[in-house]
Design a protein around this ligand. Sequence first.
Ligand code: ADP
Ligand code: MG
Length: 470
Amino acid sequence: MNAPTPPNPTQAALPDAGQALWQACVDQLAQELPEQQFNTWIRPLNASLSEDFSRIHIEVANRFKLDWIRAQYAGRLSALLQQLYGQPIQIDFLLAAKEIPQRVSPARTLAVPEEFAAASGPSSETGLNAFKNRINTSLCFDNLVEGTANRMARAAAMHVANVPGQLYNPLFIYGGVGLGKTHLMHAVGNQLLVNRPDATVLYIHAEQFVSDVVKAYQRKTFDEFKQYYHSLDLLLIDDVQFFANKDRTQEEFFNAFEALLTKKSHIVMTSDTYPKGLTDIHERLVSRFDSGLTVAIEPPELEMRVAILIAKARSEGADMPEEVAFFVAKNVRSNVRELEGALRKILAYSRFNQKEVSIQLARDALRDLLSIQNRQISVENIQKTVADYYKIKIADMYSKKRPASIARPRQIAMYLAKELTQKSLPEIGELFGGRDHTTVLHAVRKISAERQTLNELNQQLHVLEQTLKG
Ligand code: ADP
Ligand code: MG
C-alpha cells in the first residue's frame, strides 16, 4: 500500500486522502480481528470515498461475501470511519463480481464489467481472446448438494458438461430464486473446462448480454460481438426472463442461438419460469428455448436442506450437529440462499460469542428471522415434525400400525401435543386417527416417565420441543 500522502488542497489529492482514511480504518481492523478473519473478509475489500467524504463505496467480490460483511462488519466499519474522520460516513456496499444483482439497472452492470472477470478466481483463459469466461470456479458439481429437488436438472447438466453439443441442446433450467440455477450453470462451465481446458466458454447474465448488445450497437462493434458469441463452445446464459421487451437483444440472441446450435456448441439457459410462461419474448425464441430439454429445480425438501446445511458448515470449517441442522432446516424453508444466510448468522454468532453451535445458539442467532414466523404450534405441525425427525410417514401418525418403529414416534407426538398445545386428550386422540383418550393418556404418561430415565429420549424430545417452538 502507498504511504498516505499529506493532505493537500488540490483536487487531485482527494482520492489519496480518501485512500489514507480507508487504509487507517483497515489497519485498525487488522489489529482488532483474528488474522484469518481479517484476511478473508476485510483485506480483499476495495473502497473509494466520494469527494466530499460523505459516502464510501465498498466493493465486495460476491453476494455471499457482501451479505456477510454487511451483517458482521458494517457496524464496526461505520463506527471506525466516523471516529477517524470525525463525521459519519455513509457506507454503500457494491457487488464487484461475476454475480450480477437481480434487476439492477443496466447502467450499473455496465460500470463494472472488468471486475467480473477479475474476481472470478483462477482463470481458465486460453489467452487467445480478450473476453473472460466469467465462470466462478467456486461453484462446481462437488459442492452442489443433490436431492430430489434438483436431481433431474443436475443429471442433465452433468451430461451436458461431459458430452456437450449432443443431447439436451439447449438445456433450459427453470425455478424460483435461490434454488441453485446459477450455481448449476457455473458447475457445467467448470466441468467442461476440466475436461477440455481449451474450450471457449462464457457465462453471462441475460442483463449483461443486453448491455453488451447495447454497447456493440453504440460502438459499432457488432462484427466482433457476433464473431465472439458465435465462436463459443458453450454459452451459459442466466435469467433469460430479462430479455423481455428487449427486441434488439432478442434478435441478436436468436442469431447467436442458431449459429451455436448449427455448429453443435451447447447452450444452457436459466429462467424463473418455463419457456411458455415467459412474457414479452418472441414466440420463435420461446419455441427454440423449448426445443432441447426443459427441467425444473424445485425448492429443496427437508432432508436436502439438512444435507446442504451440514455440507456448507463443513466447507466453512465449522461443525454443525445434525440436530441443529434439523432445527434450522425445519424453520428456514424457502430456498437455499436463505439457508445460507441463516447458517452464516449462526456461525458468526458462534464465533463472536465463542460458543459451540447448538439449538439454543441457533435460536438466538436467528431470533429475528424466527419471530416473524407464526409460532402457533398445531397438532398437525407436531405430527409432521416428529414424523420427519424419526423418518416415518406422516400417515403413520393416524394409522393403526403397531411396530415399535412407528408406535413410539406416534406416542412421542401425542406427548408433545399434550405438552405444547391446549388440546384435550379426546381432541388429541381424534387427531391421531380417532384413538381413544385413554390411549393418549397412556402415551403421555409413558413418555414423560421414560424421559426421566432415558437420556437419549430426553435429548430427542428436547430437540423436537426447540424445533417446534422455534
Ligand atoms: P438461483 O440462481 O436459482 O437464484 P443460486 O445458484 O444463486 O440460485 O443459489 C443460491 C445460493 O445457494 C448459492 O450460494 C448456491 O451456491 C447455493 N445453492 C443452491 N443450491 C444448492 C445446492 N443444492 N447445494 C449447495 N448449495 C446450493
Ligand atoms: Mg441465479
